[in-house]
Design a protein around this ligand. Structure first.
Ligand SMILES: NC(=O)C1=CN([C@@H]2O[C@H](COP(=O)(O)OP(=O)(O)OC[C@H]3O[C@@H](n4cnc5c(N)ncnc54)[C@H](O)[C@@H]3O)[C@@H](O)[C@H]2O)[C@H](O)CC1
Ligand SMILES: [K+]
Length: 477
């Protein structure tokens, strides 16, 4: 089961792996033609009703695989308004090859020819809102026609992110969807075919640029609060600055007043809020909990907190009572297996912390991915286990991030990671935020290593990471 927007991420990952969308479109179109041949003898008449996006593009490909049928392709719009390169190229191929095609430039001009089969290729996962004209009129005529309706990917009007279908949508007899069933398709009264279109499993297993695009906000938003500092002051400062570089609007740091000035000294961009204790105490935790619940922002707890008994007790108390979203890192991690909480946690252990939490004790996290998935299922939270390859899992789905480089072993890269995940967690699903965060942190390190393989610092990541986040972490370092 997959949503339309996640399908877009998988497509993008496939392209980054070397399987471009045009190749996928060729396979999609072929799968549609197979379904048409299933329901219509050679010589039958087929009317393709195509939109101006890749859904239409799939059907332009299908037309080429139906040479033994009598095919007419109707484009809803003028050819020059076709929205994507690969759809346009496939339309132009039909023109040069003198296929029977028509451009419908206004909805009153739409007349569905008498036919045995209609291919509904108006709208796929790119739909937004209920069917607009001319698709709405076309859908009405398709629904009224005495023909078998084969829908491309989803029946036009179906929302592949929400799983519901527009009232004025197409009622298909058969749906040929690609790669994975779209959420809600099975509830429709149509025969469903899930066609493989050559997307490698790696496009879902390994984190790629599509995941970064999925988790990235459109504009700056979110105000994460880093609860850190005590014995150490660099960690919370790195995490907070990374959050700002990874799209947060503001970054707060709650720290003991003895070190607050030092943390503020690292960067005027941080809003450091001192509390009058030497370490994080249960009383302070209560105040921070009140603030966190009131502002509903993401919390990062752990960077530089230290392991004083009082601090661990305060962390246990905070996380048990907290009901929001938090990234739990470093010294705070050890309390997570001990508590029950309604909070949504993303835990970011390195291999030692993972073992101490009760997870597998291994250097090669990727080969222990299944055990880490089981551990996350028991823990009830997302685990981002950091290693040469990061394993990111919510106990059901598991992703591997292969990004990173040996230079990332320098101290502080876990703090920047925590900050990036926090910024993305403000609006993305926890697993998506964790996967994208791991990937962006790693690709950023790869870019630094290009210039300076072993000598870069965690603080060097800060300036480099926005370019990685905003160009989709494309890995083309
Ligand atoms: N891996 C895969 O699954 C692949 C899927 N493919 C096909 O690509 C479409 C998605 O294509 P996209 O270009 O993103 O969008 P659509 O073609 O679905 O629609 C965009 C098109 O429709 C117009 N539009 C949007 N909303 C409405 C509306 N409410 N009413 C009318 N018109 C609307 C918009 O203006 C655009 O012109 C996917 O479904 C698959 O079929 C690829 O082939 C590759 C692999
Ligand atoms: K469709």
């Amino acid at each position: 089961m997959i949503t339309g927007e996640r399908m877009g991420a998988v497509d993008e990952n496939a392209a980054a792996l070397g399987v471009p969308r045009k190749q996928l479109m060729e396979s999609s179109g072929n799968a549609v033609a197979r379904a048409v041949r299933d329901v219509a003898e050679p010589g039958s008449s087929v009317a393709i009703v195509a939109g101006r996006g890749n859904n239409g593009g799939d059907a332009f490909v299908a037309a080429r695989f139906l040479d033994r049928h009598d095919v007419t392709t109707l484009l809803l719009g003028r050819a020059e308004t076709i929205g994507t390169e690969i759809a346009r190229e496939n339309w132009e191929a039909l023109q040069r090859a003198e296929y029977d095609t028509r451009e419908i430039t206004d909805s009153s001009g739409f007349e569905l020819p008498d036919c045995d089969v209609v291919v509904d290729a108006m709208l796929g996962t790119g739909i937004s809102g209920d069917l607009r004209e001319p698709a709405a009129t076309a859908a009405e005529e398709i629904n009224a026609a005495d023909a078998t309706v084969v829908a491309v990917d989803v029946p036009s009007g179906f929302d592949a992110d929400g799983g519901d279908h527009a009232d004025n949508g197409v009622n298909a007899d058969r749906v040929v969807t690609f790669h994975d069933a779209k959420l809600g398709l099975e509830d429709l009264d149509a025969e469903l075919t899930v066609a493989d279109i050559g997307i490698p499993a790696a496009a879902e297993r390994f984190v790629g640029p599509g995941d970064v695009d999925l988790a990235r906000p459109d504009t700056r938003e979110g105000r994460p609060n880093i609860i850190g500092g005590g014995p150490y002051t660099g960690a919370p400062a790195l995490a907070a600055q990374a959050a700002l570089r990874a799209s947060a609007e503001l970054a707060f740091v709650a720290a003991p007043d003895a070190v607050a000035g030092e943390i503020q000294g690292y960067s005027e961009d941080l809003i450091v809020q001192p509390y009058e204790e030497d370490v994080l105490t249960p009383d302070v935790a209560d105040d921070l909990l009140e603030t966190a619940e009131e502002y509903d922002n993401v919390v990062v707890i752990g960077p530089g907190l230290g392991t004083a008994d009082e601090t661990l007790e305060a962390t246990r108390q905070f996380l048990s009572a907290y009901t929001g979203r938090a990234v739990v890192d470093a010294d705070a991690l050890e309390v997570v297996p001990e508590i029950e909480t309604d909070a949504t946690l993303v835990c970011t252990p390195n291999r030692g912390e993972l073992a101490r939490m009760g997870g597998p004790d291994t250097d090669d996290l990727a080969s222990a991915a299944d055990e880490i998935e089981e551990f996350a299922a028991e823990l009830g939270h997302v685990v981002l286990a950091k290693g040469a390859n990061d394993v990111i899992t919510d106990g059901e789905r598991t992703r591997i991030s292969r990004s990173g480089t040996v230079g990332m072993k320098v101290g502080g890269t876990g703090d920047t990671l925590a900050g990036i995940v926090a910024a993305l967690l403000e609006h993305a699903e926890p697993l998506d935020a964790a996967a994208a965060g791991a990937h962006v942190n790693g690709i950023t390190g790869e870019r630094l290593a290009e210039r300076n393989e072993h000598g870069f610092l965690a603080s060097d990541l800060l300036e480099e990471l926005p370019a990685v986040l905003w160009n989709g972490g494309d890995g083309d370092v």
